[in-house]
Design a binder for this molecule. Structure first.
Ligand code: BGC
Length: 748
């Protein structure tokens, strides 16, 4: 028997279903949980398992593709709960219409890797982290959500909140760097940005904190590799950004490819059930990573997809991305009692709840609005925001004799290098190529050309390609340099050299780029090197011999304008490195918050039976928190409100910062602490606060930080999160390696 609503026919049992799920004139008001229960009651086991199944769409792939049966028929049969890599109002509507023909008419969720922008591409997440500007990062995520949701996307697989201390790992570009405190604040800011005013608003997408957990600690920086670490380290360093994302309301989590202490994260009940769902009381759902359920066979953890499905479902992985283990095996596993129906029900409830919260049951085509898609496709406000965060992400590493900023009246500037006119490389990994991108992306050439006056002559020579070993363009580049007053050389990695499955053992400039820089520098002309990359690179010769170095990462659609703003002083650089830059690959992993050891080196040349290298200093090339400005900031000594304090009391830390240079500018004042003696050893420094100060020329401001006993907590050997009375140091400065210090005591 059928009845009709809005021209669609529904079987009678659907009447019951609609009565259950809708509030309003023909149904009484129900909570979302009650609505979920009502739907669940009507579902067959196969339909429930269908909700736990996610397929890749056929338009793009972000992992190894499985070519199999007709997905559209499976959607119609209620065997699919979500699709990834299906975007655009057109495409999403087509598939949603098919889902609406299924017996239960449960809408699909469309997921997509909207990592640093959708249509408007923002700087890489690691680059944005260098801004230390939480509001700006929230805004870039917000804009990405506005654009993606207008294109039918419901769910982004972001933010990536993996702490990463190894620049060989290609995915270092996707997170917030090496620090837990900064990473946690950024995780929360991004979740808030993506989810905006809350799920259910048409411009909000569900966030997904990934990759749970410890993926960033892959051995030797090789992607997908194993992770073996103490639980203390896991809890203290790697999990807090996930907790921050959960607390900020992240709708979903994604587990990770790695095994953690011998158990693949996907089959890891300690992570997913014990920590995430029980301890943190997370109410969203967990999606596996691409194929990670089935990959537990390769790990040697399970024998086949049947065992993989059992291990993953029981461990708390609610949705299977692309491995097909659930759709092929869960029904049998339930019938055989190997996976309890309550496990399936719990997963399905979590998924349905998000679909309700997104408003998809009431309006399955809510995100399919061509007019909105068109409007957001060319929203000029997004371009303005992209330029702003791009310039905030640029790190000035070196500026001898104040070579920068350049005068807009400079007579002749030579622009040399493979990235001068590059367009798509500016976007970086995890970005989309749209048909009109060439016109939209601002290259370094475009940005500088727009910036300078008509009296300045610009010369161009490519010099070499990114990876090629040909030096045939060197002569032309040297010639251009000779004719100029100043040379700007662009160097770096291609866009596809950092990202997923892009681990590298050598992280230097590819091809003959460094030789090109040497040849041009030999002319004696003042040289500014711009480095574009998704990870910290090693570039000693340049660091030691070139007067000005600007780290531009990959800045997105507005790269060239942002770079020109910085080079010509319309924006005074303010970014600070969120990750240490090694001198050579041999120092990796290198991070500022290491332990002291029993034989610490007293300085970089101390080799007297201390923990040091005999062939290079311990210190990094550029430290965490480092970044120059065109002006200089002077820090006063630290003033403490008291020498000792008790738990329950507050300690005030004050420091005055003066702008002693010739430009107005912004400084990120960083506060670190060190617990001098603990029941377990503590890092030599830990970031515990930062504040941004904008200072006019000659201006001074006093910053004030409050420390409480809670800031001094750590995990002891019993994994209790405690503070211990004792002696501490507090440091305040503009970089982790350039600080003032003072002592205080926490008393009982
Ligand atoms: C990546 C995830 C991504 C997923 C879907 C995987 O290979 O590890 O971060 O979200 O693909 O594209």
């Amino acid at each position: 028997m059928l009845y009709e609503i809005n021209g669609s026919s529904f079987p009678v049992y659907s009447l019951l279903y609609f009565n259950h799920i809708f509030s309003g004139s023909f149904a009484q008001k129900k909570t979302t949980d009650q609505k979920v229960d009502s739907v669940l009651k009507l579902m067959t086991l196969d339909e429930k398992i269908g909700q736990m199944n996610q397929y890749n769409g056929d338009w793009a792939a972000t992992g190894p593709i499985t070519k199999d049966g007709d997905k559209q028929t499976q959607i119609k049969n209620g065997m699919v709960g979500s699709m990834l890599n299906v975007t655009g109002v057109d495409h999403t509507r087509t598939l949603q219409q098919i889902a609406m023909q299924s017996r239960m008419k449960i809408p699909l969720l469309f997921g997509q890797d909207v990592i640093h922008g959708y249509r408007t591409i923002f700087p890489l997440p690691l680059a944005e982290a260098a801004s230390w500007d939480l509001k700006a990062m929230e805004q870039s995520a917000r804009i990405a959500a506005v654009e993606a949701s207008a294109a039918g996307v419901h769910w982004t697989f972001a933010p990536m909140v993996d702490i990463a201390r190894d620049p060989r790992w290609g995915r270092v570009m996707e997170g917030a760097g090496e620090d837990t405190y900064l990473g946690s604040l950024i995780a929360a800011a991004r979740v808030k940005g993506f989810q905006g005013r809350g799920l259910g608003n048409t411009d909000a997408v569900m966030a997904c904190a990934k990759h749970f957990a410890a993926y960033g600690a892959a051995v030797a920086g090789r992607d997908y590799n194993s992770v073996d670490m103490s639980l203390r380290q896991l809890l203290e360093t790697y999990l807090p950004p996930f907790k921050a994302a959960a607390d900020a309301g992240a709708a979903t989590f994604m587990n990770s490819f790695n095994d953690l202490n011998g158990i693949p994260a996907t089959g890891n009940a300690y992570l997913q059930r014990e920590i995430l769902k029980r301890k943190w009381n997370f109410k969203g759902f967990v999606v596996s990573d691409w194929g990670s359920v089935g990959e537990m066979i390769n790990h040697g953890f399970v024998k086949d997809n049947y065992e993989a499905a059992m291990a993953a479902a029981n461990a708390g992985s609610d949705m299977d991305m692309e491995s097909r283990s659930y759709i092929q095996n869960l029904a049998t596993l339930v019938k055989e009692g190997k996976v309890k129906i309550s496990v399936v029900d719990d997963a399905v409830k979590r998924i349905l709840k998000k679909k309700f919260e997104m408003g998809l049951f009431a309006e399955p085509y809510k995100f399919c609005n061509e007019a909105r898609e068109k409007e957001q496709w060319n929203n000029p406000a997004h371009i303005v925001a992209a330029r702003d965060i791009a310039r905030k992400s640029i790190v000035l590493l070196k500026n001898e004799k104040q070579l920068l900023p350049l005068s807009k009246q400079t007579k002749t500037i030579a622009l040399i290098g493979p990235f001068v006119k590059a367009k798509a490389d500016n976007l970086g990994f995890w970005s989309y190529d749209w048909p009109d991108d060439t016109a939209r992306i601002v290259s370094v050439w475009d940005g500088i050309k727009t910036k300078i006056g008509t009296s300045t002559k610009l010369l161009y020579a490519k010099g070499c390609d990114i990876k090629d070993t040909s030096r045939s363009g060197f002569a032309e580049a040297v010639e251009a340099a000779m004719q100029s007053d100043v040379v700007i050389i662009t160097a770096g990695e291609a866009r596809d050299m950092t990202g997923e499955a892009k681990s590298k053992s050598i992280i230097r400039l590819p091809g003959v780029q460094e030789d090109l820089i040497k040849a041009v520098a030999a002319t004696g002309k003042p040289v500014v090197v711009l480095i574009s990359a998704g990870r910290p690179l090693v570039f000693n010769w340049i660091a030691n011999n070139v007067p000005a170095i600007v780290y531009t990462w990959w800045l997105g659609t507005q790269a060239g304008n942002a770079i020109a703003d910085v080079l010509f002083g319309d924006y005074n650089p303010s970014a600070k490195l969120p990750i240490s830059f090694p001198r050579t690959e041999g120092q990796i992993p290198i991070y500022y918050n290491h332990y002291n050891t029993g034989r610490p080196a007293h300085n970089d040349s101390d080799l007297n039976y201390v923990s040091a290298y005999i062939d290079l200093p311990n210190s990094p090339q550029y430290a965490f928190g480092y970044g120059l400005s065109y002006t200089s900031f002077l820090y006063s000594d630290i003033e403490l409100s008291k020498k000792s304090f008790k738990s329950g009391e507050k300690l005030t830390v004050k420091c005055t910062v003066a702008n002693a240079g010739n430009y107005e500018g912004e400084e990120t004042v960083q506060l670190y602490i060190r617990d001098l003696f603990g029941s377990v050893v503590r890092p030599v420094k830990e970031l515990k606060g930062f504040q941004k100060l904008f200072l006019k020329k000659g201006e001074s401001k006093t910053v004030e930080f409050i420390i409480t006993a809670d800031d001094l907590r750590f995990y002891n050997d019993k994994l209790q999160y405690i503070y211990e009375p004792g002696d501490f140091k507090v440091f305040v400065g503009g970089s982790s390696d350039n600080v003032k210090e003072a002592d205080f005591r926490l008393i009982k």
